[in-house]
Design a protein around this ligand. Structure first.
Ligand code: CP
Ligand code: NVA
Length: 307
């Protein structure tokens, strides 16, 4: 079955074989790019990119990715468009669909990206919402395959604040057969709704899904340790949350409790010596910059199949 025309909003909308197709296409396009083989399969195609929040990786990797595929990407911000003056998401989606072949959006509320997809007649890609970050996890799974050989049966442990990144890990990694553990302090564990959905996926795919409030217990036997910022974009800093999350910092002692060859991941941007020590981030277990690079290749894989 073809993925053409399908929006990428939430990884739980996909079957394992579909995510596999995205990953394989990403790996294939990466090989082609490294060998210098032309792969301008989206010549003449345009992508609108709406950014309601800041971005370095998502913006640059999508824009460069479209260029490498022979297409073109437009960077749109509320301040420079009528979105900032109150034109609705629905009207914007209908207009952009008349010009562009795909829309990518980074938004606050998840309903905003859902609204775009509802009114758009071209596929919509979620470039991060407060709830989910699907493209990040596709790049991360490519990275895990490169470093660990496969996904199935590997144990990924996310430690820190339960957020858009951990929510997408619970979906994407479970669908691909990984055992997932979320280690978060009380009060910062995954929402009931996300947990329920991920539990259903884990039953379906025969994997384990655990939530722990003890970081040392959580990382036992981990093949992959993953962390992210204490405060996501749009969240207020608080001393209470910072204190709770400091106990979940990914440092040398915590990494020492995982498998000896475990890899350490972070979607970036990192807040050095908060959620992750510089020693670990720049150390031998870290693959954070490979992850960042794979945003480019994974998203090219997605674009190649849906556009
Ligand atoms: N990881 C990620 O999405 O980075 P940016 O916020 O820089 O896009
Ligand atoms: N959880 C982070 C991810 C940034 C890429 C945020 O939403 O700010």
């Amino acid at each position: 079955m073809s993925l053409r025309g399908k929006s990428v909003i939430d990884l739980s909308d996909f079957e394992r074989f579909e995510l596999r197709q995205f990953l394989d296409t990403g790996h294939d396009l990466k090989r082609k790019q490294k060998r210098g083989e032309p792969h301008e399969i989206l010549k003449g195609k345009s992508m609108a990119m709406i950014f309601m929040k800041s971005s370095t990786r998502t913006r640059v990797s999508f824009e460069v990715g479209m260029t490498q595929l022979g297409g073109h990407a437009l960077y749109l911000q509320p301040s420079g468009t009528q979105l900032g003056r109150g034109e609705t998401i629905g009207d914007t989606a209908q207009v952009l669909s008349r010009y562009c072949d795909v829309i990518m959006a980074r938004v606050f509320g998840h309903d905003e990206v859902m609204g775009l997809a509802e009114f758009s007649t071209v596929p919509v890609i979620n470039g991060l919402s407060d709830l989910l970050h699907p493209c990040q996890i596709m790049a991360d799974m490519m990275t895990i395959e490169e470093h660990r050989g496969n996904l199935e049966g590997q144990k990924i442990v996310y430690v820190g604040d339960s957020n858009n990144v951990s929510n997408s890990i619970m979906q994407g990694c479970t669908i691909m057969g990984m055992d997932v553990t979320i280690g978060s302090p009380k009060g910062y564990t995954p929402s009931e709704e996300i947990l329920k959905k991920a539990t259903q996926l884990s039953k379906r795919y025969g994997t384990t899904l655990e939530v722990s409030t003890n970081p040392d217990e959580a990382v036992k036997g981990a093949d992959v340790i993953y962390t992210d910022t204490f405060f996501s974009m749009g969240q207020e800093r608080s001393k209470e949350k910072e204190d709770a999350l400091m106990a979940f910092q990914v440092n040398k002692a915590l990494v020492g409790k995982a498998k000896s060859d475990a890899i350490v991941m972070h979607c970036l941007p990192a807040h050095r010596d908060e959620e992750l020590t510089s020693e670990v981030m720049d150390g031998p277990h870290s693959v954070v910059f490979d992850q960042a690079e794979n945003r480019l290749h994974a998203q090219k894989g997605i674009l190649a199949l849906i556009v």
